[in-house]
Design a protein around this ligand. Structure first.
Ligand SMILES: *[C@@H]1O[C@H](CO)[C@@H](O)[C@H](O)[C@H]1NC(C)=O
Ligand SMILES: *[C@@H]1O[C@H](CO)[C@@H](O)[C@H](O)[C@H]1NC(C)=O
Ligand SMILES: *[C@@H]1O[C@H](CO)[C@@H](O)[C@H](O)[C@H]1NC(C)=O
Length: 654
């Protein structure tokens, strides 16, 4: 009888360990199986495999980062082992902007359903949209983040947790992509990854960082602020005859003085502030000067994200893009939040004023100062939608001209390549010593919003998947470069995987040769892990057998032992229910001081209700200068926050 029982259990155990699902249990709880409109509006073949959820980073302060991952079920060869992490800016703006209005596979229609974006980047590599820093989008924590090194540490922790859930991605080529204020985050995070790779702890393997793509990046804020006047004159929405022009020029001069002071001749940085108050005022003043008081009220201000559009004053673009009107209710739909596996449901805001106001980065040097060392090890592509004002291309080109990297200052050649994509002029490209600049025509601050199909081809520019002909750079529709060459009569390789990467004379980055090497390695890795998996399965069976035998014999001798395990299980459930209640009661971004010490500290610093941890210097406001310190201690909803920000032109680098 005993051996029969064992036999049955053995079969069960075998069935269990042999199923691939069981091996990847961690992943399955993040799986997204359905969304409104998914089976209705999407071509069946284009439904991506999706994972979404809030990953716990630090239990101590309850920090969870939200991610949404999209995988192409039929990947083209060159995209197979790539993971792109996408970050929006702000600080405090959700990367759901990127997922649902830009590089992601969906758009939200007027019926609150998803429809397909045929320019989605998930066809150029797996893409993972991450809400960070904590408090942004669906991410949450008891504490705000304040400085860029903090963001770096937290993102590296996120990667660690992410690869625990998706170990199959660990060998992938990693690309960091994003927009606007992510021009600060991305270089910092990349720097953190490279430093980690050089100081691996036992059991860690390096991350294969292959490139950074930054769209309309806020990288050298003060230098970039100097570009507004020139850009506006060129675009023609201000002129020296306008009232307030001299005020604008005076401010411009003050900002120039700040820039001269910050970038001292020896290359050291004398002031580590990411944004100077003086330079930050230039844009708002410009928008005031350019205001057309005779226009209808919703047309009085130029849209700071696209100079060809207008918005009401003082929003000046805050109501844009129009898709927001559908995205916001979609993400706040409780059903959708459940489908996205949110453990902690919270109201979704495009940009959190609270996160922005707490993130001053006062002691962080602007990311531009990290570029020279990064460019020694990893290619960087900076692209700009040419209609954007707030992070315009003139500013980017200006700071590149002053930047010294890989042994020289500025570009080392005069080559400006026209970029043709799918037969159309898409922009122009410059490249030297691992740095590429792309001006993308007909697009705003959010390039993939305006030209999704073209924007995906930026990955081709990044990875060398292009041809150069008569001073033109040519990229092709997804996976068609080989065919295009053949029909051209030029010698071509037969499949996309074999097509070689192109290089500029100066060494435009080429990822392909290494890519296949990595794939081979990963295959080997795969075999090894397969063997290990088998060994573990065997071990599990042996332990199970032993356990059953032990149970059986203890049952025979002391049956009372088994009953005692009951109460422990129950207690666990109670703890969990407590946590759940706390989530429900808490305002999403309330700081919950942990332990007596934290409470005492809050009191000591004058925070009487103990709700918010005060931080030095946080009252200075880049996003909403009208907000008083008092706001920090009053519990208001983020919606009220958002209203505050509309009282005057704000400069939200989303
Ligand atoms: C993608 O969608 C746009 C807009 O709907 C359309 O103009 C374009 O032809 C589509 N491209 C492909 C390859 O389907
Ligand atoms: C460019 O980056 C690669 C790594 O992708 C590095 O090996 C190379 O040295 C860099 N080029 C220069 C000029 O530093
Ligand atoms: C896109 O930009 C190019 C170059 O500036 C211009 O010639 C073309 O008219 C633009 N197309 C549209 C649709 O605006």
């Amino acid at each position: 009888m005993f051996f029969q029982v064992i036999l049955v259990l053995l079969q069960v155990a075998l069935a269990f360990t042999a199923s691939p699902r069981a091996a990847n249990d961690a992943r399955s709880k993040y799986f997204v199986s359905s969304l409104p409109g998914m089976y209705l509006n999407l071509p069946k073949d284009d439904i991506p495999i999706m994972y979404s959820g809030q990953l716990e980073l630090f239990p101590d302060n309850n920090t969870h980062y939200y991610f949404w991952k999209f995988v192409n079920p039929h990947p083209i060869p060159e995209a197979q082992r790539r993971t792109i992490f996408w970050l929006n800016g702000g600080p405090g703006c959700s990367s759901m902007d990127g997922a649902l209005m830009e590089a992601g596979p969906f758009r939200i229609n007027d019926d609150n359903q998803i429809v397909y974006n045929n320019g989605s980047w998930h066809k150029a590599g797996d893409i993972v949209f991450v809400d960070q820093p904590a408090g942004t989008g669906f991410s949450y924590s008891d504490e705000y983040e304040h400085e860029l090194p903090e963001v770096t540490v937290h993102f590296l922790k996120f990667l660690e947790k992410y690869f625990e859930v998706f170990p199959e991605d660990r060998q992938n080529e990693i690309f960091l992509a994003g927009e606007s204020y992510a021009g600060q985050y991305i270089p910092y995070i990349a720097d953190g990854i490279l430093r980690r790779n050089k100081n691996l702890k036992t059991g860690q393997s390096p991350y294969d960082l292959r490139g950074l793509l930054i769209g309309n990046g806020w990288i050298s804020p003060n230098e970039q602020s100097l570009s507004y006047v020139q850009y506006a004159l060129q675009a023609g929405f201000v002129s020296p005859s306008m009232p307030g022009w001299s005020r604008l020029l005076a401010l411009q001069e003050q900002c120039q003085n700040v820039v001269n002071l910050v970038n001292t001749k020896d290359g050291s940085v004398s002031d580590y502030r990411v944004v100077s108050d003086v330079c930050d005022r230039v844009l708002n003043t410009l928008l005031e000067v350019a205001r057309d008081r005779d226009a209808p009220s919703d047309q009085q201000c130029v849209n700071m994200y696209d100079y060809t559009l207008r918005d009401e004053f003082p929003s000046c673009g805050m109501n844009w893009p129009p898709d927001l009107v559908n995205v916001k209710p979609f993400l706040n739909n409780p059903g959708v939040q459940s489908q996205l596996n949110l453990v902690y449901k919270k109201p979704w805001l495009e940009c959190s004023g609270r996160v922005g106001r707490n993130f001053i980065a006062k002691r962080s040097k602007p990311a531009v100062h990290l570029l020279p060392s990064l460019l020694e090890e990893v290619p960087i592509l900076l692209f700009n939608g040419n209609r954007d004002i707030i992070c315009n291309y003139i500013g980017t080109e200006a700071f590149i001209k002053e930047l010294e990297w890989n042994g020289q200052r500025g570009w080392d050649n005069e080559n400006v390549f026209d970029w043709h994509f799918d037969g159309n002029l898409a922009g122009y490209v410059r490249n030297s010593r691992n740095l590429t600049f792309v001006n993308v025509f007909n697009s705003s601050h959010m390039v993939p919003f305006d030209v999704p199909y073209t924007s995906r081809s930026l990955m081709d520019l990044m990875t060398g998947n292009f041809d150069i002909k008569d001073d033109k750079i040519i990229t092709y529709k997804l996976g068609t470069r080989g065919q295009a060459k053949q029909s051209d009569g030029t010698p071509a390789s037969t499949s996309a995987s074999e097509s070689s990467a192109t290089s500029f004379s100066s060494g435009f980055s080429s990822a392909s040769p290494q890519a296949s090497a990595t794939a081979d390695e990963a295959d080997k890795e795969g075999n090894t892990s397969h063997k290990i998996e088998r060994a573990i399965q065997l071990l599990v069976i042996i332990v199970l057998l032993w356990g059953i035998y032990a149970l059986y014999s203890s049952y025979k001798s002391r049956p009372s032992l088994i009953i005692k395990s009951g109460p422990t299980g129950k207690k666990k459930n109670v703890q969990w229910a407590d946590q759940l209640r706390r989530f429900q009661e808490d305002d999403q971004v309330r700081v919950q001081p942990h332990g007596i010490f934290a409470k005492a500290l809050n009191k000591f610093k004058g925070n009487l209700d103990g709700a918010y941890a005060p931080v030095e210097g946080r009252y200075e406001d880049i996003e909403m200068s009208s907000a008083s310190p008092i706001d920090e201690f009053v519990v208001v909803s983020d919606d009220e926050d958002e209203e505050t920000s509309r009282n005057e032109p704000s400069s939200n680098h989303k």
